[in-house]
Design a protein around this ligand. Structure first.
Ligand code: 13P
Length: 253
């Protein structure tokens, strides 16, 4: 069975003490991870060290970065590179979140470079894709997402693509409380898998975890994750509440 993943994206939230409280509350909740399941915490970079030590020794639990620079080092004031994250034990880096595409003008071509940078340090890119509302209303979401995948990932070999986790996050569902229905999620996740199957073959496509993101919460996680091509979630707001995120972990199949 391919990996089932509950990934928290804290975005730019929480003070250091709030982050500490949240992780310690979470450790006290009743949650469990089977061998094929993972919980990943994409915390602000400044809290990676703290989160890693708080979660040390927890099986199948990882601390992730929310972004990285495409170059490995150099005169890029304020930036953090993939090898720097690797040097502090980070094994997963979120790339191409719609907020980064929108507010930081990240293009498909730039994201292809970032994907290469993350794979070069043997880490997992959690590659985000997803359409804005007007594309969904026009009914062209499949081709929109397909272009994002092709432009940033199709240069990869089969061995490389199976290391990538996909997060489908429709922009109209992010932070809006408006979740895609489980049918809508399943339909586009199956389409995404078919795009990989066409390029890399069905057995490679079947190994790629595809997470859903956009207003996932305890109340809808089980229904979403029960869909055959939904392999977990990338969770914003609800990941900031320990009991909610614990329930989301427990909703993994
Ligand atoms: P919300 O769960 O707050 O809608 O955010 C989703 C998201 O953007 C996760 O990356």
């Amino acid at each position: 069975m391919r990996k089932q993943i509950a990934a928290a994206n804290w975005k730019m939230n929480l003070s250091q003490s709030e982050a500490d409280t949240l992780l310690n509350e979470l450790l006290q909740t009743d949650h469990s991870l089977a061998a094929h399941q993972e919980a990943i915490f994409a915390v602000p970079a400044i809290y990676i060290h703290q989160a890693t030590s708080t979660l040390a020794g927890k099986q199948n639990v990882f601390v992730a970065a929310q972004n990285c620079h495409q170059k490995s080092n150099g005169a890029y004031t304020g930036e953090i590179s993939a090898p720097m994250f690797a040097s502090v034990g980070v094994k997963h880096i979120v790339l191409g979140h719609s907020e980064r595409r929108e507010y930081f003008a990240e293009s498909d071509a730039l994201l292809a470079e970032k994907v290469n940078a993350v794979l070069a340090i043997d880490s997992t890119p959690i590659f985000c894709c997803g359409e804005p509302l007007e594309i969904r209303e026009a009914g062209t979401q499949n081709s929109f997402v397909e272009a994002q995948l092709k432009n940033s990932l199709f240069h990869l070999s089969a061995e490389q693509i199976i290391k990538v986790v996909i997060a489908y996050e429709p922009i109209w569902a992010i932070g809006t409380g408006k979740t895609a229905s489980s049918e809508q999620a399943q339909e586009i996740h199956a389409y995404i898998r078919s795009v990989f199957a066409t390029k890399y073959g069905q057995s490679i496509a079947d190994q790629i975890s595809i997470l859903y993101g956009g207003s996932v919460k305890a109340a809808n996680a089980k229904e979403l994750f029960s869909q055959p091509d939904v392999d977990g979630g990338l969770v914003g707001g609800a990941s900031l509440i320990a009991s909610e995120f614990a329930a989301i972990i427990n909703a993994l199949k």
